[in-house]
Design a protein around this ligand. Structure first.
Ligand SMILES: Nc1nc2c(ncn2[C@@H]2O[C@H](COP(=O)(O)OP(=O)(O)OP(=O)(O)O)[C@@H](O)[C@H]2O)c(=O)[nH]1
Ligand SMILES: [K+]
Ligand SMILES: [Mg+2]
Length: 407
């Protein structure tokens, strides 16, 4: 039996199984089976789910990468043109954009790489249109900006379709990784499941269900520790292990085409912002129209840190921009961002700014920095050569080649 038929069979079984307490575990197991088969299907069809595709291999650049995802003609290219100096063709017909077009958005001393992409449609994750390539780019981004046309009928359905397409390839939007540790053992001992909290969503006998689900993935010996209540889906995510947890912001564009009441409703949707590229509203403009940029900045968890040498003023023209998503905004992430020597020879840091209790505060590596803090690193070897600016710039972006965000 092919994978597709197996999927159909399980879906049918799920449909005819009544949902109640007694069938809860059985349904959970079926759900996990389904997830495994869907994953198999995707990996099979996409040849490993890898990135690339003609015109889609764009080098990483800047402090963070944001992918524009949406249906055709919602205004993605118009948005790129308005946020950056790049010119991407925008027109009133669908599939105007055929490849990945990068632009650089400069905001508050940071550089965000914004990627304009072809529109996607339902089935994209399985290769409809250039969907697979588009979604591979989304996987490589630090954050996703889903663009929707506020004037389109079936708008909320569009939002759900896009979410589902991204979920299919293991992207999890606006969620954090479940607090579960899975340790596989060589052989013997079976599955040991422990939880610090009750697990009502894993049926009446959680350990039994977990054991069965793990067997689906050919894992027979493992320790699992859950520190929060989890669903079967979350358990599957932990087992599959290749999930990408990403912040996602929704832009309802073209609000110039709908009524004030509709705008008001859309503005209340979670993780959302309304705007009009055509009229500049919330998108670009001298001062008050920067709301989208500010939200992108916030979602990426960006923090500017100004470094200073002893006896000289801070270097305010060239902040080191750290992203909470990938590295955290600690003194340690600052040091490793600047140079490995700086981290190796670290003695203590002097910190000025809102994160400091007094000016300056003497801090260790775990101190959490705020936006616009000033930091002076004091090394153990007082006469060692300080990192040059050129080195620092190189180092400041080097971590961006590391496509996997920190857990
Ligand atoms: N009324 C209105 N029209 C807009 C707005 N933003 C973009 N448009 C128009 O929408 C049409 C499509 O814009 P594009 O930028 O090409 O859309 P796209 O999402 O890049 O489209 P594809 O590349 O084909 O997927 C163009 O005619 C734009 O002028 C807006 O805020 N209001
Ligand atoms: K278009
Ligand atoms: Mg376009």
């Amino acid at each position: 039996m092919g994978v597709m038929e197996k999927i159909k069979e399980i879906e049918a079984e799920m449909a005819r199984t009544q949902k109640n307490k007694a069938t809860n575990s059985h349904l959970g197991l079926l759900k996990a089976k389904l997830a495994r088969l869907r994953n198999e299907l995707f990996v099979e069809q996409s040849g490993g789910g890898g990135g690339g595709g003609e015109g889609f291999d764009v080098a990483r650049n800047g402090d963070a990468r944001i992918a524009l995802i949406g249906f055709p003609s919602v205004g993605k290219s118009s948005l790129l043109n308005s946020l950056t100096t790049t010119e991407s063709e925008a027109a009133g017909y669908e599939f105007t954009t055929l490849t990945c077009i990068p632009g650089v958005l400069r905001y508050k001393g940071s550089k965000m790489q914004v990627l304009d992409l072809p529109g996607i449609i339902e089935g994209a994750a399985h290769g409809a249109g250039r969907g697979r390539e588009v979604i591979a780019v989304a996987r490589s981004a630090d954050a996703i900006l889903i663009v929707l046309d506020a004037g389109k009928e079936g708008l909320q359905k569009h939002r759900e379709i896009l979410e589902r397409e991204l979920e299919t390839v293991g992207i999890r939007l606006n969620q954090r990784a479940p607090d579960v540790t899975l340790t596989k053992r060589k052989a013997g001992g079976g599955v040991r499941f422990a939880s610090t909290v009750p697990q009502p969503l894993l049926g009446v006998e959680p350990e039994k269900l977990v054991t069965q689900i793990l067997r689906e993935y050919r894992i027979t010996s493992a320790d699992i520790l859950a520190r929060e209540e989890i669903t079967v889906d979350q358990l599957v995510d932990v087992i599959q292990g290749n999930r990408e947890y990403k912040p996602c912001l929704y832009l309802y564009n073209k609000i110039d085409t709908v009524t004030v009441e509709e705008v008001d409703q859309l503005a209340r949707m979670p993780y959302s912002i309304v705007g009009s590229v055509a009229q500049g509203f919330n998108i670009s403009g001298p001062f008050e129209d920067d709301r989208l940029k500010q939200m992108m900045w916030d979602y990426l968890g960006l923090t500017r840190v100004y470094t200073k040498r002893k006896g000289s003023p801070p270097d305010v023209d060239e902040p080191v921009v750290l992203s909470e998503i990938r590295k955290g905004t600690t003194v340690k992430s600052l040091c490793s961002n600047v140079s490995s020597e700086l981290l190796r020879d670290f003695n203590y840091a002097l910190v000025w700014g809102t994160s400091a209790k007094h000016a300056p505060q003497r801090c260790g590596l775990n101190h959490i920095l705020d936006d616009e803090d000033v930091v002076q690193i004091v090394s153990k070897t007082p006469h060692s050569k300080p990192a040059r600016v050129a080195d620092r710039n190189r180092m400041a972006t080097s971590h961006l080649t590391d496509a996997k965000p920190a857990p």
